[in-house]
Write a protein that binds this ligand. Structure first.
Ligand code: NDP
Ligand code: MG
Length: 388
């Protein structure tokens, strides 16, 4: 095995971050941690610092610094709260792989800075590609293998593509569980409670992506993610509902042959693959029992039932700043729903209204994307909704 890989994990206290640290725990000779980061969860960050002894740790909420310090017993870790210092670490830190497990637009700039600095990025933060896919592709034009997906569908596609030529791809088929409301009468969508939407049938994830999975905005974001990651036009990317979440995605090639990647739903598989890529390491995780009768079913995505999915496809077709606006409006709408300020079916309304206000953009730059994000957030936050 190659020399020890050093990881910088942003969002280490989240669902992906904690699973990544489980992988580190199981591979102490092969993996180590250069840096960890959290938004507010200082208690868990302190435990992680004490266990993994990183050189750096970042807590976004500076007011929590005294609490964090008092709980840290390993005093060789330098604790940062200044965003610029964190970005400096991303650009010039002594690490091999950045695992970006931040949620939302907050993950975009770290991805930009790491790729511009020729670093390797294991990307869970799909919002980075939704917001600025075109720029990110440019940054790693010389070596696309520096940007490796953690998302299970994109990891499945990457695994199917290994050993294949790009010009032999006919279609990517991205599978979707369909979430908890796959069969719910659309008339009842307005009554959906936060607790119901947070109850995903197959995956245990952070709150934002769980709501995105229920609305299927997540699948729309994933189509955009695949478009940029694999450099394919939208008509070569299709999503299908596969409620069992056993096939994580598929690729059909020009000879009509289809390859798929299968397994029980467990994010540790794609997280580890992204960290070790192009190597594949062993992992103790429950295996499929192929001796037991299985049913794998597929249905198309119903655009009426899942308006957020359709809005995402429309946004990427429109291009320019539309996906940035879609993303920002969705982040705000999901937060407002989680805070019980708006109804579940209003998430799509907030996104739709935000996209209506979009003005044709100037050339795409990081600064202009930031501006579009901020403007949309203000609009979506203030939008009043009709409750009839
Ligand atoms: P979580 O909400 O569980 O974790 C998010 C992490 O980011 C936490 O460490 C959190 O810190 C930190 N964080 C949140 N907001 C900010 C901010 N504004 N600035 C800095 N840090 C912040 O999210 P997930 O792990 O579920 O998801 C992470 C990313 O991975 C998302 O883009 C998601 O779409 C993607 N993904 C997740 C999957 C999953 O199974 N969870 C599957 C596929 C993709 P704190 O704990 O202090 O709040
Ligand atoms: Mg996914």
């Amino acid at each position: 095995m190659a020399s020890q890989r050093k990881l910088l994990i942003l969002g280490s206290t989240g669902s992906i971050g904690t699973q990544a640290l489980e992988i580190v725990r199981h591979n102490p000779d092969e993996l180590s941690v250069t840096g960890l980061s959290a938004n507010t969860n200082w208690q868990l960050l302190a435990r992680q610092i004490n266990e993994f002894k990183p050189s750096y740790a970042f807590i976004k909420d500076a007011q929590l610094l005294p609490d964090l310090r008092s709980a840290v017993s390993h005093n060789q870790t330098r604790i940062l709260t200044d965003q610029n210092e964190l970005l400096e670490l991303v650009k010039n830190g002594a690490y091999d792989v950045l695992l970006n497990a931040l949620v939302g637009f907050a993950g975009f700039i770290p991805t930009v800075e790491a790729l511009k600095s020729d670093k390797k990025v294991a990307l869970a933060n799909k919002e980075s590609l939704v917001v600025g896919g075109e720029l990110l592709r440019e940054y790693c034009q010389r070596d696309h293998r520096r940007l490796i997906p953690v998302d299970s569908e994109h990891s499945a596609i990457l695994q199917c593509l290994t050993g294949e030529q790009d010009d032999t791809i006919e279609k990517l088929i991205i599978t979707a569980s369909g979430g908890p409301f796959r069969e719910l009468d659309p008339a009842r969508m307005k009554d959906i409670k936060v607790e119901d939407a947070l109850n995903h049938p197959n995956w245990d994830m952070g709150a934002k992506i769980t709501i995105d999975s229920a609305t299927m905005m997540n699948k729309g974001l994933e189509v955009i993610e695949a478009h940029w990651l694999f450099d394919l036009p939208l008509d070569k990317i299709e999503a299908v509902i596969h409620p069992q979440s056993i096939i994580h995605s598929m690729v059909t090639f020009i000879d009509g042959s289809t390859k798929a990647q299968l397994g029980l739903p467990d994010m540790k598989v794609p997280i580890q693959y992204a960290i070790t890529y192009p190597e594949r390491w062993s992992l103790e995780t429950p295996r499929m029992d192929w001796g037991v009768q299985q049913q794998l079913t597929f249905t198309p995505v119903d655009h009426k039932r899942f308006p957020c999915y359709k809005l995402a496809l429309d946004a990427i077709s429109e291009g320019g700043y539309a996906p940035t606006v879609l993303n920002a409006a969705n982040e705000v709408a999901v937060e407002r729903f989680l805070n019980k300020e708006i109804r579940y079916d209003h998430i799509a309304v907030v996104v739709e209204k935000s996209l209506e206000g979009i003005s044709p953009g100037s050339p795409i730059t990081v600064g202009a994307l930031h501006e579009a994000d901020t403007e949309t957030r203000n609009f979506a936050q203030q939008l009043r909704l009709n409750h009839s």
